[in-house]
Design a protein around this ligand. Structure first.
Ligand code: HEC
Length: 144
């Protein structure tokens, strides 16, 4: 009985030490690499949390209200797509030959999340696969 108790304490202590170790902050220097890479944030997770209600899980949008991201010709201009997410937009826009006149609110996402979600959008729904980097998002934010 006592042995089992001690074994339990040892396991608990080991787990405690292990979790302390894995909570250590990342070494300085990892930030610089995210500038050129796309990002470690999961774009699909951001999409499912932030965009899916309007643009739908298959990127098809909702006819007459929300334009499709699937095979969207609007995505040909990457800077415009980044701007769309960080600033939102209202008024007329033509997507794949159909005119929409709705309003998309600015999305409260950081640069990493914008890069991740757009990289996900570009690599899904039959789109071109163009990556969007954190540096590109930052540059568009600074210009606008
Ligand atoms: C509240 C609904 C809503 C949410 C949430 C939303 N959008 Fe939009 N989105 C719109 C509407 C409406 C338009 C068209 C705006 C217009 O008519 O001027 C649009 C247009 C776009 C466009 C340009 C047109 C196209 O279809 O290619 C892109 C790109 C886009 N949204 C991406 C996103 C991404 C990525 C997210 C999540 C980070 C997102 N949107 C979240 C409603 C939304």
């Amino acid at each position: 009985m006592k042995k089992i108790y001690l074994a339990g304490v040892t396991i608990a202590a080991t787990l405690f030490l292990y979790s302390c170790g894995s909570n250590e902050s990342k070494p300085a220097g990892t930030a610089a690499t995210t500038e050129t890479k796309t990002t470690a944030v999961n774009g699909e997770t951001v999409y499912l949390k932030t965009c899916v209600a309007c643009h739908q899980a298959d990127g098809g949008g909702i006819s007459g209200s929300f334009p499709p991201l699937a095979k969207s010709d609007y995505l040909a201009d990457k800077e415009r797509a980044i701007l769309q997410v960080i600033k939102g937009k209202s008024g007329e826009m033509v997507v794949n030959g159909t005119t929409y006149n709705g309003a998309m609110p600015p999305q409260p996402l950081n640069d990493e999340e914008v890069a991740a979600v757009l990289t996900y959008v570009y690599s899904s729904f039959g789109n071109t696969g163009t990556p969007v980097t954190v540096a590109e998002v930052k540059a568009v934010r600074e210009k606008n």
